[in-house]
Design a protein around this ligand. Structure first.
Ligand code: C2O
Ligand code: CU
Length: 471
């Protein structure tokens, strides 16, 4: 289904655009979501999109760690909206969740966001109102917080990864949140883009040191990027530094909402071409883009490692932590139904099947701890005491992947299926494979009601969300 690059003529303007970070904007930060047009597949007709400041993705917002961010939003959509600053630890009132932390911004309305940015790293922003449609139509952008002393690199690239479900006329298919997508893997597109365009090649130089910031802004697509002989080092995940390491199995896995910072020292000679491929889906492996080595920056690539300074995160006290179990359930091929069927010698349990059908018909396809929540405002799933440490043991009792995202706080990833997770991972979004168990820990140090949801937006909107109250 993926639109092949061979079907696509790439203009030289597209190549130039990929060579530098998506457009940076340092002053007068204002975001204006509005209908716009974008050349998603260069050489074919433009697509009607919704865009921040007429660019897809929106402008790269850059701040320095410890700075105060002020972003004025003016809604020129015909729809309500809001802006959520994904991964930024900020006061609850600035979190951009409609009905929970603020009223939605009405068409023609404005909202001024203002908060300090305590952590350096790669974050992003997107609406939290009907995000399955609004994010898919193009509303998303990078939110970069630079270290007080950024590590020296020759060049920084920001890649906002996305995929689009386009009709042959290059319009965005209007089947948002349909039951098929909602109950399976979510809305997967047929055109994968880097910074809003189906890419062809990115020029790099031999010996060059590149910091590549990756952001998965897709509704549902999980990426597993292989960089081959480019041999990147992972230096941060979800914005937060960790021990630099080669990606496990040579793949950088990014569920929706997740980010990775990579350090690449180009060791290949001028004239060579190195493919970046995505091989997450067993049957859908494809080449994302070619890195073409044009010219030479230095004779031998740099070898000194880069260890970014830690962010000021509260360290959970594991000995004193309170434990909660989080059960993810629902979706097609529900393992609970399968188990019940096995117990009945292969016969489905009619009562279970009936309740499941009713739930699904009502749009309640997914559950967290048995609850299926589709609005933003409701009784909290859990109430935590401010300042205490918590361990969440998450159990994915479904046949699908779920990138689980917590607002307001950053968690340590402790164990995956009982095995210690290496390198000291901190995250705001963690991907659970089908059947997987993941233990995370954090200090409940940010008061308020915080969303906790699957970042496959179709799953979120079909029940896989809740709020965590810290009081
Ligand atoms: Cu990136 Cu609740 O979202
Ligand atoms: Cu999910």
């Amino acid at each position: 289904m993926t639109v092949s690059r061979r079907q696509v003529l790439v203009g030289s303007a597209a190549l130039a655009a990929l060579g530098r970070p998506a457009r940076a904007q340092s002053a007068g930060r204002q975001l204006i979501p509005a209908p716009s047009r974008a050349a998603i597949i260069p050489g074919t007709r433009e697509t009607e999109v919704w865009a921040y400041n007429d660019t897809v993705p929106g402008p790269v917002l850059r701040f320095r760690q410890g700075e105060r961010a002020r972003i004025a939003v003016e809604n020129r959509l015909a729809d309500e909206t809001s802006v959520h600053w994904h991964g930024v630890r900020l006061p609850n009132a600035m979190d951009g969740v409609p009905h929970l932390t603020q009223p939605p911004i009405a068409p023609g309305g404005r909202f001024a966001y203002e908060f300090d940015v305590p952590d350096a790293g790669t974050f992003w922003y997107h609406p939290h109102v009907r995000s399955g449609e609004q994010v898919e139509r193009g509303l998303a952008g990078a939110f970069i917080v630079e270290e007080r002393e950024p590590p020296p690199v020759d060049r920084e690239l920001v890649w906002v990864l996305d995929d689009w479900r386009l009709t042959p006329e290059a319009t965005i298919a209007g089947d948002f949140g349909n039951r098929m997508d909602a109950s399976h893997a979510g809305r997967l597109g047929n055109a994968v883009t880097i910074n809003g365009r189906v890419p062809d090649r990115v020029a790099v130089e031999a010996g060059e040191r590149i910091r590549l910031r990756l952001i998965n802004a897709a509704n549902a697509r999980v990426f597993a990027l292989g960089f081959g002989t480019l041999a990147p080092q992972v230096i941060a995940l979800d914005g937060h530094p960790l021990e630099p390491h080669a990606p496990a199995g040579g793949r950088v896995v990014l569920g929706p909402g997740m980010r990775a910072d990579l350090l690449i020292d180009v060791a290949a000679p001028p004239g060579s071409t190195l493919a970046v491929s995505d091989n997450f889906y067993a049957r859908g492996s494809y080449k994302l883009v070619d890195m073409a080595v044009d010219g030479q920056r230095r004779a031998a690539p740099l070898r000194d490692p880069v260890r970014l300074p830690d962010n000021p995160l509260g360290r959970p006290d594991l000995a004193a932590a309170e434990r909660f179990t989080i059960e993810l359930g629902g979706g097609m091929m529900d393992p609970r139904l399968m188990r019940a069927m096995r117990e009945r010698g292969g016969q489905p349990d009619p009562e279970m099947v009936r309740t499941m059908r009713e739930r699904m018909a009502a749009g309640h396809i997914w559950t967290i701890n048995g609850e299926s929540v589709t609005g933003h405002h409701h009784a909290p799933l859990l109430t935590l005491t401010r300042g205490r440490s918590y361990v969440f043991a998450m159990n994915n009792d479904t046949a699908w992947h779920h990138p689980m995202h917590l607002h307001g706080m950053t968690f340590r990833v402790l164990r995956r299926n009982g095995e210690a997770v290496p390198h000291g991972e901190w995250r705001d979004t963690a991907l659970l494979d089908p059947g997987e168990r993941l233990e995370i820990a954090f200090v409940a140090d940010n008061p308020g009601d915080w969303m906790f949801h699957c970042h496959i937006l179709e799953h979120q909107e079909a029940g896989m969300m809740g709020t965590i109250r810290v009081s």
